[in-house]
Every structure is written in structure tokens, then in C-alpha cells.
Design a protein around this ligand. Sequence first.
Ligand code: NAD
Ligand code: ZN
Length: 350
Amino acid sequence: MSETMLAYRLVAWGAPPELVEVPVPNPGPGQVLVRVAANGLCHSDFTMGELPREIGEALDWSMPFTLGHEVGGWIAALGAGVDGPAEGDAVALRSPTSCGSCWYCTRGQDSACSGGLVGRGYGRDGGLAEYVLVDSAGDVLALHGLDPVLAGPLTDAGATSYHAVRRALPRLTPGTTAVVIGAGGLGAFAIQFLKALSPVQVVAVDSDPARLQLAAARGADHVVSGVDRETVRTLLDLTGGGAAAVLDFVGVDATIKAGLRSLRPGGVYGLVGAGMGTYPGPWYGGMPRDAEIFTFQGSSRSDVEDVLALADSGHLTIDIERFALAEVADAYAALERGGLRGRVVVVPGG
Ligand code: NAD
Ligand code: ZN
């Protein structure tokens, strides 16, 4: 193993990331060193680069740190006292970490753990490098046949989307319809989870024709182009009077408004997208009676375990677009431009 490696790091608050040479870390007691097979890119990486120093410091984030929180790879070395995974084993790393012992963690609500505010790729060194150090062996999840290059996107995009679908599931009885707004990285997974786990009809809404084509290929029963004045009428028609669940992976004013108006009474609207739109209020047709809204950030350990199990058993198609680590800036530019068919993953090995 060489002593240095390339890493794509934030080097100063408010400054763009840089590809730099850093030492390969050594695992200390209880730690695990993972050779990165691939790291998925996420829109939230952009916001980290723009974070003001005061917020970063209040979150206890260290600067500099390597970006990347969707990691699949192989065990490279184990620190003293770690047993379980063996060198060379294919693994995925939990994306949001959690302490495992607080009130929320012990009730299975580990996505609410305050320990998850700092982690690999957000305040600590992440997976956009040849190797990544894992502080807690509990964050290392064994893969059972799944290619670790495909596993990274499941740890955040997949698990977050699964968390949203899981919360909507009790409403998704036979004969009902679920609407997925924004069939991108997260939404394309949501379509597959909905079809794998419930008997619903799925309608996908997206402004990008390539995404709608992929949505149909991944199981959407109907696709609707864009969100405009006609969308609510179209969705009410397609759903026979309203959706039992709308999962919004965009979250701008237009999608929130259309999503809430497309629900049926007692339906549920899940806001996942960080479009920073606002909720118009329940009155004057803003949303149907007895409808509910939920929102959340991140996922729980059980979410990612379920998603990995679905993928390991062949129930999930993982669409990726590969970029080499040397092309990481191009990879982010492609993510920002949109129009991609799969989740962008950066492969250190090229
Ligand atoms: P993505 O770019 O892969 O997908 C977004 C999709 O929405 C694209 O297909 C795009 O064409 C479509 N879209 C954009 N604007 C639209 C509009 N006005 N009408 C219809 N379709 C539109 O992004 P992603 O990685 O899937 O992430 C989706 C969102 O989820 C982002 O806002 C991201 O920040 C957020 N996110 C939230 C969490 C969480 O914990 N809540 C976790 C991860 C990501
Ligand atoms: Zn906790």
C-alpha cells in the first residue's frame, strides 16, 4: 500500500473542494480502513462547500475534510480489537452514523440521533479518496454478492428513499396509487421500493424526459411530464380522485403545492427534496381533509440494511454513471447539469 493517496477535499470554509495528495490513514484501535470501490455523489455535497464557518464549527466539523458519504469498498486493514469483517471483504458504509445508545437510537429512530450530524464526508474524511477510515466497526455493513461499486448509492440515496417509502407503506393498500415527484437518484429507487413492497400503482412526475423513460423502465405505471397548471388535474385523473401517498423528491413551491393537492383525503405527503419550497397551508383546497405531511433527513440503520438485502437478493436495479477520481470535478458538473440516467459514482481505480 502506498503512503499517500488522492482525496477530494474541502480545504477552507466557503472555498471550492480540491483534489490533493494526503497520507493514507492507519486504523487505530477499533477502527477499520476501507479501500474505496466507489463513492456516490450527492447534491448535499454542494451545500457543504458553501457552509459558513460559524455553522461548520457549531456542528463540530473539522476543516479540511474529504467529501463523500456514499461508500462501497473492501476491508483493507483492521485496527486492534476489531473482529467480524476480514481483509478483502466487500462492504458498504452506513451513510449517516448514529451513537447506537441515545433515546432515539434505542427506539429505532436513529436518523434523529444527534451523533449523525458529523460523519464521513460531512465534517470528517469521507469516501472521495482511495481509502477511508471508519471509526466504528458498527458502520461497516457486509455485502453478500453485491458489487461494492454499486453499493455506495444505496447507503444514502437508496436508504433515504426507502425511509420515505416505509413511512408511506401503511396507506398503500390494494387499489391505491402513489405519486413520485422527481424521479432522479432518490426517486428512481422509490419507484422500485414501492413496486417491490406494495400493491400500488405508481405515477412518476419529472421535468426530464430521460428520467421519465428510466422511471417507466424501473416500474412506474404512468409518467407525467413536468409540474404545471395541468398537473393536479392529470394526477387526480390518473389516481381516480387522489393519491394515497405523494413522495416529493424536489420540494420547490410548485411541487409541494401540486403534491398536496393531488392527495386524496387521509393521504400522506412526504417531503424529501431540499428545494426549500414553502407549505401553503391547509385552507382553500391547499390539501385534502385529514391528509398528513411528514419530512425527515437521512435514514436509519434498518433502512440501509433492508435496501442492501433487497439489492443482494436481486430485487433492485442500481443505475450508475461512472467517473474516475481524477474526473471528480467533471462528475459534480454533470450532477449539477442534470439529465443523467443514473447515480453518479466516482471510482478511485478509474
Ligand atoms: P436528482 O437530481 O438525481 O433528482 C431530482 C429529479 O427531480 C431530477 O430527475 C429532476 O429532473 C427532477 N426535477 C427537478 N425539478 C423538478 C420540477 N420542478 N418538477 C419536476 N421534476 C423536477 O436528485 P436526488 O439525488 O434524487 O435528490 C433529490 C432531492 O432529495 C434533493 O433535493 C436532495 O438534496 C434531497 N435529499 C434529501 C435527503 C433527506 O434526507 N431528506 C437525503 C438525500 C437527498
Ligand atoms: Zn443515538
